[in-house]
Design a protein around this ligand. Sequence first.
Ligand code: HEM
Length: 323
Amino acid sequence: MPPVVLADSFAESKRLLKSENHQPVSIADQYRAIGQRLGLDFSPTIRLFDLLPIFLHGSRHAEVRRIMAARLANARVRQEQAAQRLIEQLPTLLAPGTTLDLVGSFVTPLWAALASADNTKLEIEPGLAADIIALLDSKSRLRDRMATNEKIRRFIALDPANADERLISLGLSVLGTLPLAGSITLSLHSLFSANLGKPLSSLNYPKRFPVSAIPVTDRVAVGHCPHAGSAAGEITRCVLHSGKYSTEENDELLYGVGEHACLGRSIANAVWSMITSALSTAGSTILSSQLALEYPAPQTDEDLLNMPLGFINVRALKVEIGA
Ligand code: HEM
């Protein structure tokens, strides 16, 4: 791996994200390099990552981004209605005397409702989006990567004539699931743990997610190919969300800026505002809030540099509810 340096100031991160001279790191190229080195066929994985805008640049990026933006715009009203139906039940779910995992009982069904309202009628094997996210995890075992590669191969083989279109929908699901589920869960945990025992109806709810599941994103200077093996270019890890930033700075970089700014920000903001409205009508209090993560949340600059996955992957949020 080439060296990674941290751009840990708001101004520097923002400058790099807006700079035409810096591009995302290509995950498809990483898999090309691994495949070549080990003599393995990662072509299904490469085809998928070559369609994820977050890792692309230039005209290819613009083309895929346009298609995804049109799909999201098309689904917007249905997604908002589906989210509203589910979020309305939140105050009932938080009944005094219960203990529940909010990821399993609220956040995961919420994402499923958003995904099915997208209406592309895409059959995605359960767990495939999570397996694809694990392909980005530097600690994933080769055997697991190969198994996911085969799942993507089967996904393509189901309808080869429309493979790219279907891979784009799969990619949209991958890019939406973890950031949204993670940011909702982390934000609820941060709010609850700062306000234990206080009526949910009395809290001061922030307008934007107070914690992000994407605290960093990587960029490399144009002209450098960080995974070709030779002349390795330095990767700059831009900090998007940090305790060192002001609320306004965190809000500004929550969804990124520049060419790659998040396409899901409008639905994500709408979902957060529906959740906070629902919570402010809940008659209960949170007595305890326990978060379980795939990896510990990064606290220091060193943690941010060593994150094996650019996302914070949540497993559970166990809450105990009181009157
Ligand atoms: C709170 C939830 C979310 C957060 C914090 C978030 C954050 C981000 C960030 C920071 C980026 C830019 C990364 C970079 O510059 O390297 C991004 C890109 C993207 N996001 Fe989100 N996101 C969220 C929800 C969603 C949802 C729900 C969807 C889709 C349904 C989505 C779709 C995308 C797409 C397609 C891109 C790539 C845009 C491009 O590269 O042109 N996001 N997101």
